[in-house]
Design a protein around this ligand. Structure first.
Ligand code: ADP
Ligand code: MG
Length: 360
């Protein structure tokens, strides 16, 4: 059963991803209500209504459930308890299980390995002794990450060719929270696949993007990625496995490391629309945002085919000063997020530079 036009979609989280979801929903005739504690958030500027409250506020969640025909979210740290409580009265997509898996890097890697999708080797680490033992196991190199709440490279520390031992105080400096040590992957490049699964189980998978990060934040996504068609197919096949295993509904973003022989290690999954999929709004008829709304509304998915080669770049902090120059370019699509203050490291917008040559 698909949602009739005029129905209301609830969105938990009011950032730029929620904003672009609300815009896509409006184009399909839906209304949106955003749950977000920050007043005048990017999503609320284009949604029909904001419920200004914490993501775990019981009364606010009940109100969201009461006014929404379906609830979705734009970030992966929605409290699982909140998603599960909502799901008693209103459909919540993607399913809470996807949140559980994506919120904890250890659970995520166990899940991926369990369905035959390889990842970097890893060790859960809870204290400095465990860190010493884990680094020894990985030959003195590794990347230590908080298991939960990390994003844009935050909560990470790289160790290279370190003598093992002498790490007293590291875990405290990381906040005394559960950690994971991953082996340091000597990847040739990073790619991601954005894919959608409908309520009927059908899939729509976009071309893999090649991603460059700067200071832990996505800088650019380039299409096509510099990979063979075999590597592209295997990334898309891994995405299909992940979506089926989670009985997923909606759009997912999956990051991979590409090794020198073209094989892949999955890095992380994001149960939401993804920054590395923003190019789809410019190069595809159906963007990742519309695809997500179609999926959660029970509509047929659209064609994920790509019509142009392109490069998406994020506008971080003061990059926004380049906007007048960017607008002077003929084949460029700009998207700004309505954030008042351009703080360093803050995603203010993005643009997609298109090739003139039409592919299909
Ligand atoms: N095991 C690893 N080996 C090598 N580089 C890594 C590893 N894990 C992460 N990185 C680098 O750090 C970036 C951010 O790490 P990621 O796990 O994706 O965290 P975040 O949640 O902050 O995006 C990755 O895109 C990659 O460039
Ligand atoms: Mg990442």
């Amino acid at each position: 059963m698909s949602l009739p036009a005029g129905s209301t979609i609830g969105i938990i989280g009011g950032g730029q991803l929620g904003r672009m979801l609300a815009m896509a929903a409006a184009r399909l005739g839906y209304r949106t209500v955003v749950l977000e504690p920050q007043p005048d958030c990017p999503a609320a500027q284009v949604a029909n209504r904001q419920i200004t409250a914490a993501y775990d506020d019981t009364a606010a969640l009940a109100e969201l459930a009461a006014v929404s025909a379906v609830v979705t979210y734009e970030f992966e740290n929605v409290p699982v308890a909140a998603a599960s409580a909502l799901a008693v009265t209103v459909p919540v997509y993607p399913p809470a299980r996807a949140l559980e898996v994506a919120q904890d890097r250890v659970a995520e890697k166990k899940f991926l390995n369990g369905i035959g999708v390889p990842t970097a080797d890893f060790c859960p680490v809870d204290n400095d002794d465990e860190l010493t033992a884990a680094l020894k196991k990985f030959g003195g190199s590794g990347i230590l990450k908080t298991r939960r709440m990390g994003y844009d490279g935050k909560g990470q520390r790289v160790f290279r060719n370190m003598e093992t031992g002498g790490f007293a105080g590291t875990c405290e400096a990381m906040g005394n929270v559960p950690l994971i040590l991953e082996s340091l992957v000597a990847f040739e490049r990073e790619i991601s696949v954005v894919a959608a699964r409908g309520i009927d189980g059908l899939l729509a998978t976009y071309d893999p993007a090649e991603n460059v990060h700067r200071e832990g934040i996505l800088h650019s996504s380039t299409l096509p990625a510099g990979i063979t068609s075999e590597t592209a197919v295997s990334a898309q096949a891994a995405a299909a496995k992940i979506l089926a295993a989670l009985d997923y509904v909606g759009v997912i973003g999956i990051e991979f490391f590409v090794l020198a022989d073209g094989s892949l290690l999955a890095n992380e999954i994001a149960p939401r629309v993804h920054n590395s999929g923003h190019w789809t709004e410019a190069a595809c008829i159906v963007s990742q945002f519309e695809q997500h709304i179609r999926a959660v509304a029970g509509l047929p998915l659209g064609n994920p085919g790509r019509h142009f080669d392109c490069v998406m770049e994020n506008l971080i902090g003061d990059d926004i000063l380049c906007v007048p120059a960017l607008l002077a370019e003929p084949d460029l699509m700009l998207h700004l997020y309505g954030k008042a203050e351009a703080r360093p490291g803050r995603k203010m917008g993005h643009f997609t530079r298109m090739s003139r040559h039409r592919l299909i």
